[in-house]
Design a protein around this ligand. Structure first.
Ligand code: BGC
Length: 417
């Protein structure tokens, strides 16, 4: 491992002029958690774009949605004095690393391409630190989505559920027909991802904000939170007995194959449907967690560049520039299931779900209902996020009743701050 990394560190980046276009030669070592079929397909778009620029790619994949494992590997690398060139990162983790002064300053590229004018403030909050650009947003995902197998719904005469009660009734119908109603992977981050949408469905944006962003103990421990945990209990009754530890993309595959009807998951799930040649409106449906229409719990994947020496900087800058190009933002996000992180990219290349997501993101941003995802590090720093994960998982696995869970949540969040 050391030898391989040593070579990376030694890789020389030079600027050359070829047919009038600046080409940065060199290599980037990229740490990320895009390991599913859909994710890898999206990542390929970036690899190919960089290859065209003469930059070679050293892959450092660390599986695990939400990036917890990737962040553990990153800490070990930084502690060993050997950070990767570029790292996929979310929300508050970016700001935490920025505080430590180890991230490269991207102001020169940002200024040249006028990122300030095209990246929405909600994203910029995590791309800039102390007035300087320290991260490049690749995409905007959101977590309050449901993915459904249209053939299964049609065969059982189930219409797209509009309210929570409709949703529960629909799942009951699927269960009664002998199929799995809810495809789910029992991993803390997946349970937390569902919880984003569930909390929003109970109390709307105001409650979500009070609980997850303001960390108000009255909201964290109050009757609406008890109701949210009760809803998690309802969902628990619709998952199959083998859900524990299952990866999220295997849960998506259950819906794709028609073994299960629904999955509540961020829109990276769409990448799996597309990869399986499924079409929205024909094979699958996408809709917001019932009761959360108009609200968006978002997370934006960004690449941060670590300070790894001057020789690497041209390759880092070229990667940053490639990621922010409007053409890349379109082609990558079409495959990934997310939407562009810049406001000036047309929705022409996107499918119906993507067009809807783009319009909803814009509207939510305008209406103040664009909220950082708790599950994906856009509501709080990791310590608080992990404390919430623990309680959500304990409740989902039957260790706490809904009432106990709400009480424990207040305590856990207080201790984590
Ligand atoms: C990331 C997505 C990724 C998902 C599952 C999320 O935290 O933002 O890009 O596809 O995890 O791996």
């Amino acid at each position: 491992m050391r030898g391989y990394l040593g070579k990376t560190m030694k890789a020389v980046a030079v600027l050359a002029l070829t047919t009038g276009v600046a080409r940065a030669e060199g290599s980037v070592e990229v740490l990320h958690w895009w390991t599913s079929g859909g994710e890898a397909a999206a990542l390929n778009v970036l690899k190919q774009d960089l290859q065209k620029e003469g930059i070679s790619w050293k892959d450092m994949p660390v599986a695990g949605g939400g990036g917890e494992q990737a962040m553990t590997v990153l800490r070990a690398r930084v502690t060993a004095g050997d950070p990767p060139t570029a790292v996929q990162m979310l929300g508050y983790d970016i700001l935490d690393w920025a505080k430590q002064g180890v991230l490269a300053n991207l102001d020169a590229v940002a200024k040249k391409d006028n990122w300030d004018a095209v990246v929405p403030d909600a994203i910029k909050k995590f791309s800039k630190y102390d007035g300087h650009w320290i991260a490049v947003p690749v995409d905007v995902h959101s977590t309050n989505w449901v993915w459904a197998n249209k053939h299964v719904l049609d065969s059982l005469g189930i219409a797209q559920p509009k309210t929570w009660d409709d949703f529960i009734a629909a799942m009951q119908k699927v269960k009664d027909a002998g199929k799995i109603a809810l495809a789910m992977g029992g991993q803390p981050w997946q349970e937390a991802t569902m919880f984003d949408g569930v909390v929003l469905s109970v109390g709307g944006p105001e409650f979500y904000k009070k609980a997850f962003i303001d960390l108000d103990p009255a909201a964290l421990g109050g009757p609406q939170m008890v109701e949210a945990f009760k809803r998690m209990g309802q969902l628990r009754s619709f998952v199959d007995p083998n859900f524990s530890g299952r990866d999220w993309n295997l849960a998506s595959a259950m819906v794709i194959k028609g073994d299960a009807a629904f999955q509540m998951m961020g829109d990276w799930a769409k990448g799996e449907f597309l990869r399986a040649n499924q079409k929205p409106g024909v094979d699958f449906e996408c809709f917001r967690t019932p009761g959360t229409e108009g609200d968006v719990t978002f997370n934006s994947d960004q690449f941060v560049m670590f300070k790894v020496g001057k020789a690497q900087q041209p390759a880092q800058d070229a990667m940053a520039e490639a990621v922010m190009s409007p053409a890349f933002q379109s082609s990558f996000n079409v495959v990934k299931g997310s939407v562009p992180a810049r406001t000036d990219v047309p929705d022409t290349a996107f499918d119906a779900c993507g067009k809807m997501a783009m319009a909803q993101l814009k509207a939510a941003d305008k209406n103040g209902t664009l909220l950082g995802s708790m599950a994906h590090g856009h509501a709080n720093p990791a310590a608080v996020k992990n404390a919430i994960y623990d309680v959500v998982t304990a409740n989902f696995n039957g260790q706490y009743s809904a009432e106990q869970a709400a009480k424990e949540l207040v305590k856990a969040v207080a201790l984590a701050q």
